[in-house]
Design a protein around this ligand. Structure first.
Ligand code: HEC
Length: 141
């Protein structure tokens, strides 16, 4: 009987020592995730200048016979496609005009999290920007 009690006691100690620290850290884990989340959203915002808000790139207007194009739409992009492109840009195996600079500044963890972030965004159909005539001469103030 004493032996059985001792075994139970040991089992309870073993289980609580492995489970309780995780429960104890739950708040910390949540905080870290929220901070990480904000960090990734801030990084993703830096992509918006070219890839549009939440990864929905804006179509450029057709000018004459030249068909307007958009930068790649990242919203809804598959995680694996995103990651392999970004890693290719980073190691130079993927041809790029600008993306090698952006990718080199990101860690593998950031790339993975950006991949998840953009895969979760909804692609929306954007209407092409209207052509504008820019005036070289401005009205005097
Ligand atoms: C200055 C404009 C610019 C910014 C800012 C920018 N990109 Fe790009 N992105 C491009 C261009 C242009 C390409 C086509 C490859 C090239 O020429 O570099 C591209 C291609 C990509 C592709 C490949 C898409 C495909 O389907 O082939 C991914 C993924 C990508 N960018 C992710 C990002 C992420 C993530 C960020 C922000 C960290 C970002 N880009 C910021 C201009 C930009």
């Amino acid at each position: 009987m004493k032996k059985t009690l001792a075994i139970w006691f040991c089992l309870v100690l073993l289980i609580s020592s492995s489970v309780l620290p995780v429960i104890g850290n739950a708040d910390e884990l949540l905080t870290a995730t929220a901070q990480q989340n904000n960090h990734i959203r801030a990084l993703a915002a830096s992509c918006a200048a070219c890839h549009g808000t939440l990864g929905n790139a804006v179509l450029l207007p057709n000018v004459g016979s030249k068909v307007g194009q958009a930068n790649a739409v990242l919203a809804g992009m598959a995680v694996s496609a995103f990651t392999s492109k970004m890693l290719g840009f980073r190691d130079g195996s993927e041809k790029a005009t600008v993306m090698h600079h952006h990718a080199k500044g990101l860690s593998l963890d950031e790339i993975n999290q950006l991949a998840v972030h953009f895969s979760q965004q909804k692609p929306v159909v954007t209407s092409p920007l209207k052509p504008q005539t820019l005036q070289a001469e401005h009205e005097p103030l």
